[in-house]
Write a protein that binds this ligand. Structure first.
Ligand SMILES: Cc1cc2nc3c(=O)[nH]c(=O)nc-3n(C[C@H](O)[C@H](O)[C@H](O)COP(=O)(O)OP(=O)(O)OC[C@H]3O[C@@H](n4cnc5c(N)ncnc54)[C@H](O)[C@@H]3O)c2cc1C
Length: 503
């Protein structure tokens, strides 16, 4: 009798781990090959002595999707303690600060304080976005490996909510009628690495999700989610192989049949799940000229997200600063334009500072803080010479923190430090062009037009992660892992229960 089908997962990022833990729970033999010596990918941990940082994601939204996939893998989500954040974050404009809260009364009162007269617009925004979310989220949960998905009744009913031809800024400004207030519901396009003036209006869903369901902080950081998933995958019988980079995906008659590891060994598979960064994978993991659609020339034409300059600071001292704080450039529109269209680093920067150790003392020693600073910057297509710019830009960022927040001059207090530049994202983290939020989410790179979960270029290969459908953000990445697992289960005729049966 044939044994269970063998699934090889390339990469132990959030998408790969989701697929691995679910498939292992359904009885597949699962082997995960991860290039790094730790799990999590961009959602892994960076430790600097006693200071602990998340490398990438710091906002956990729509936690119920995480809970669903954990349950579908036979796990208990309550074993991963999380704390809701109240307020969720502070926004700093040139002359105004707004504390953003998911409690509707507190939020309405805060808008009345900072933008008097506009507070009633909040309820109408939430009402309209509730309708959009209810119609559109189920559409994101489907697989678009067939064009016919566009004719599903759910999709047809969602069409009026797509805000076609309108940018995210158009949608929010249309509702709030004040530029800064609109930005408070628009800057979230940065989570997709896009400009609010170019990001499709449909993504007003993101601020809605924050306000409707809140933001949570898992104790120990968001990297604990990756550890938790890896542990659950192991418990379900998956084998996780760290420091085992895959060199090639080998095809026979158009079917992905095995992987070759960097060290030479080849591993046969019935099915493959590809979680490595999409642009990196198609340019490095296939024999040249194997792929007909995603050729280097095509990739060159695809739109990418911006990149990020990261500072991780272990600092002596504690700060009464918010868990999440976003500081807008004085001229935000000009700043955004320069991030996406200029080969020069912006002088007037926007940045984000996370002071998670104020909420979660596991992240820094007593009396100290673990500060995470993210600055949106151009991706590697703009050719910025980071080896020359890195330390100059660091000084600019520390100056901006000193002048625009209450942290003051952090320099004398820094005890541990790490920097990640776009060039590091590209060369150390294998992120194509250092575009940290993956392929841009333009309408022509979404749904059926995004690289599909059942990869269109070869048989038996499934995609999970930010570069495939539904997109780059933890909840949608978990969805991608679940869609891949469901497509494989259906193909292998393995019965399963899932909150998302519509693949
Ligand atoms: C700075 C930053 C901040 C972010 N903030 C948020 C946030 O607040 N909220 C949110 O929801 N999302 C956020 N994101 C976006 C997204 O959630 C993360 O990037 C997420 O980690 C992407 O998951 P993934 O599954 O696509 O794979 P990745 O995290 O990219 O993992 C892919 C894995 O594949 C491995 N790999 C690559 N090549 C090979 C190979 N040849 N062989 C074996 N293994 C290989 C890599 O080592 C890696 O471990 C952020 C991203 C970044 C970078």
């Amino acid at each position: 009798m044939a044994g269970p089908k063998h699934v090889v997962v390339i990469g132990a990022g959030p998408g790969g781990l989701t697929a691995a833990m679910i498939l292992a729970h359904r009885g597949f033999r699962v082997s995960v090959f991860e290039a790094q010596n730790r799990v999590g990918g961009r959602n892994g941990e960076l430790a600097l002595g006693p200071y602990r940082f998340d490398i990438g994601p710091t906002f956990l939204m729509l936690k119920r999707i995480l809970e669903e996939v954990i349950r579908e893998a036979g796990g208990d989500p309550s074993a991963l303690p999380c704390r809701p954040l109240h307020p969720m974050y502070r926004l700093v404009f040139q002359n105004q600060n707004l504390n953003v809260n998911s409690d509707p009364d507190a939020m309405t009162a805060e808008i009345a304080r900072v933008f008097p007269g506009r507070e009633n617009r909040y309820a109408s925004f939430m009402k309209r976005e509730t309708a959009r979310f209810r119609r559109l989220y189920p559409c994101l949960q489907k697989s678009y490996h067939r064009f016919a998905t566009f004719f599903h009744p759910d999709f047809l009913l969602a069409i009026p909510h797509l805000a076609l031809g309108r940018s995210l800024f158009d949608v929010t400004y249309g509702c709030f009628g004040d530029e800064n207030l609109a930005l408070a519901f628009t800057f979230q396009s940065k989570y997709l690495g896009m400009s609010p003036w170019e990001c499709p209006g449909v993504f007003a869903m993101i601020p809605y999700i924050e306000h409707a369901f809140g933001i949570e902080h898992p104790v120990g950081g968001l990297c604990r989610i990756s550890d938790f998933m890896a542990e659950l995958a192991r418990k379900n019988g998956a084998a996780l192989h760290l420091q085992k980079p895959v060199r090639r995906i080998l095809l026979r008659n158009g079917r992905a049949v095995r992987v070759q590891l960097e060290e030479g060994e080849t591993i046969p598979a019935d099915y493959l799940v590809l979680n490595a960064d999409f642009g990196h994978a198609v340019t490095h993991l296939f024999e040249p000229e194997t792929l007909r659609k995603y050729t280097p020339a095509r990739l060159q034409r695809m739109r990418l997200s911006c990149s990020t300059f990261m500072l991780y600071l272990g600092v002596e001292g504690e700060f009464h600063e918010p868990h999440h704080q976003i500081v807008f450039a004085r001229d935000y529109r000009k700043h955004v334009n320069s991030v996406f269209h200029s080969p020069k680093l912006p002088e007037d920067i926007s940045f984000y500072v996370r002071n998670a150790s104020a909420t979660d003392p596991t992240l820094a020693p007593p009396g100290c803080s673990a500060l995470y600073v993210l600055v949106p910057v151009p991706n590697q297509r703009m050719g910025i010479p980071w080896e020359e710019q890195k330390f100059i830009f660091r000084e600019q960022v520390l100056d901006a923190i000193a002048s625009r927040t209450s942290y003051g001059n952090l320099r004398p207090h820094i005890r541990a430090e790490a920097i990640i530049t776009p060039s590091d994202w590209e060369n150390q983290f294998h992120v194509y062009k250092g575009a940290t939020f993956n392929l841009a989410h333009t309408i022509n790179q979404m749904l059926y037009f995004r690289p599909r979960n059942q990869f269109e270029e070869c048989d038996s290969l499934y995609l999970a992660g930010g570069g495939t459908h539904p997109g780059s953000g933890l909840p949608t990445i978990y969805e991608s892992g679940r869609i891949a697992a469901n497509l494989i289960s259906r193909r292998a005729r393995v019965p399963f229960k899932s909150a998302n049966l519509e693949v």
